[in-house]
Design a protein around this ligand. Sequence first.
Ligand SMILES: [Zn+2]
Ligand SMILES: [Zn+2]
Length: 255
Amino acid sequence: MKFASLGSGSRGNATIVTTGKTTVMIDCGFSAREAVKRLQMLSVEPERIDAILITHEHADHMAGVRVMARKYNIPVYTTPGTAGCLPVDVQSHIHEFNCHHPFSINDLEIQPFPVPHDAREPSQFVLGDGQYRLGLLTDVGSLTPIIEQTLSGCDALLLEANHDMTMLEQGEYPEHLKQRVGGRLGHLNNVQSATLLEKIDTSNLQHIMAMHISEKNNCPTIVVPLLAEALGCEHDWIGIAQQDAGFGWREITNR
Ligand SMILES: [Zn+2]
Ligand SMILES: [Zn+2]
């Protein structure tokens, strides 16, 4: 199983995962034109995408979904709550899933799980090919037992490290935005991300990518040592997803 990011952060998110046989895009928060450009850099033809999975309706996750789905005739998978927020002319592409029930797209197994975030019915995913599991967690304000259970034992983790609490408190965001981002339905701060890594089984972990890093309220030089300490690993093993470039292909392999 291989995965890459087209970009990650409050100005747009999209992740691509492929088993070789099945390719899915998780979220498309870039315009379709921009997404196609970024896909080209990863050598992915948009026609090859078998499905778009949407985590929730915030613009940084679905701005390009309508055009991508219609132009390239791609099925869209999401919860009923999120589906209700999508434009009318994309509804015929939607396949709704129950965020407590796993489902498959060809040889790709998808285990959705609910998360606390200020959206209608947000979910995040663990994707599996029968051998390996890739966990995705962004846009979540607090950790829950179901998050810890589901992400335990993954082979790769794409984990939000949105903000440094002090930088958020002392930063230039208006008070209501500080409350939102730092709240229980907001985004994970660095300490919460590190705490999750300390709590779950990370013995299979081959890749850890820090995602959705705030450009105003965080910095990779703070994120990397914190996550490395939580995992007891070298700093250079912690990957960073960038807003403008995401990250290139990574593969989960037989060790
Ligand atoms: Zn987001
Ligand atoms: Zn969001």
